[in-house]
Design a binder for this molecule. Structure first.
Ligand SMILES: C[S@@+](CC[C@H](N)C(=O)[O-])C[C@H]1O[C@@H](n2cnc3c(N)ncnc32)[C@H](O)[C@@H]1O
Length: 267
């Protein structure tokens, strides 16, 4: 039975890999993902799009004491902006970026006029875009919820370069990412899709987007002590999904990290 389930999952993953090409092409895959999305939020199709009370509100007390409140807050990889909207009620200036133009269009549509959020398209794997952003906004604090884990391992050093450019000399980065065991966790939940996974997870796989997870040990290579100061970290947290088809939300194992560039580093 277990073997059959694994074969079913693997054949689905391989099928979409051949259909949509290399998982490193995150810009194409994530645009593809967001174009397929009709409804967002609770009752919608987006796996992680939970109410902020079950998402960024849990993060806020963890990261805000480490951030200089005079800097803008950037919600990096914001998707349809649900968490950005919550953050905009707690910070004077919020900017939100995503690689997918369709995600940014949805975020703008879902944002009431009284909330002043600056939405932009920005690809973390294009360092020139980060430099242009930094030239425009200066140092920012970065909030990043479940973005690095979708970036393939070989692309992560470039991804971190982008984050380092954005925070510059005064900003702080908070990242919360799915752990390596996230897929194993999803496999324990009742499935209702061709891959045998909950349909919300299948919605991601079927567009070519591929999650790899983030191993807390990666911080030693990606954020070396010589360049980054680690302010806090932990692996006792979860990313809470929307309600899945079995009637409950998923509580996906995750980890977080709070870092700054060391003096002398950054742009
Ligand atoms: C799992 S979703 C999380 C969305 C949002 N942070 C939230 O918690 O609601 C990952 C997001 O990262 C974006 N993304 C993926 N690769 C990216 C890249 N290279 N640069 C910027 N954003 C990226 C995707 O388009 C997607 O919206």
């Amino acid at each position: 039975m277990e073997l059959l389930k694994s074969v079913r999952l693997l054949s689905n993953v391989l099928f979409y890999r051949f259909k949509y090409g290399h998982p490193g092409e995150v810009d194409r895959h994530w645009e593809n993902y967001w174009r397929h999305i009709g409804k967002t939020g609770q009752g919608g199709e987006v796996l992680w799009d939970n109410e902020p009370e079950r998402a960024s509100a849990e993060d806020l007390p963890r990261f805000s004491p480490h951030m200089d409140p005079s800097l803008p807050l950037l919600d990096f990889g914001c998707g349809n902006g649900r968490q950005s909207r919550y953050l905009a009620r707690h910070f004077d200036r919020v900017i939100a970026t995503d690689v997918s133009p369709t995600a940014i269009a949805k975020a703008r549509e879902e944002t009431p006029a009284e909330l002043k959020i600056d939405y932009r398209v920005l690809d973390a794997l294009k360092p020139d875009q980060a430099r242009a952003f930094h030239d425009e906004f200066g140092d920012v604090n970065v909030y990043m919820r479940t973005v690095m884990h979708v970036v393939q391992k070989g692309d992560r050093p470039k991804f971190v370069e982008t984050l380092s450019t954005l925070i510059g000399k005064r900003g702080t980065l908070y990242q919360i990412e799915l752990s390596l065991c996230a897929l194993d966790y999803f496999r324990t939940l009742p499935g209702n899709s061709p891959s045998g996974l909950p349909s919300h997870v299948h919605n991601v796989i079927r567009t070519g987007a591929t999650s790899v997870g983030f191993d807390p040990k990666e911080r030693f290579t990606l954020y070396p002590e010589s360049r980054f100061q680690v302010l806090a970290e932990g692996d006792d947290v979860t990313i809470n999904t929307v309600t899945l088809h079995h009637g409950e939300e998923g509580r996906v194992p995750a980890n977080y990290l709070i870092v700054r560039n060391r003096n002398g580093h950054g742009p």
